[in-house]
Design a protein around this ligand. Sequence first.
Ligand code: AMP
Length: 124
Amino acid sequence: MTENTYDDQNIFARILRHELKADVIFENDHVLVFRDKFPQARVHLLAIPKGRYRSFDDFSAHAGQEEIVSFFQAIGDSARQAGLTCGGYRLVSNCGKNAGQEVPHFHMHILGGEALGPIISQLH
Ligand code: AMP
């Protein structure tokens, strides 16, 4: 498998096929939002497109407008539904190896429910 091939066995692909369970909080035709299994904040959600996109780079280059709009609307809706808008929240997407992306299916982390501190505490 090359870096440009979507891995059908990645964890999020398996969640989308219902082979693995997830704590889903939002779903529509294009998007699934569920709780991160190893939360890094009091509230830690993951938003994924249902399409087979490896990363933000792949998604932004190849997804259709409806998928892209639906994805960002789902993030906003989920954050509101989880009560995050009052205190604020952080969106993070790790893209590729320099960012430490572990699961090769595009996802956005939605983090909140507490003060999160600076996004980068130490540059080098
Ligand atoms: P990343 O490092 O940006 O690829 O993030 C992958 C995220 O997936 C991490 O925050 C993990 O805690 C999370 N994760 C891994 N396995 C599962 C799972 N089965 N269900 C929910 N979240 C998961």
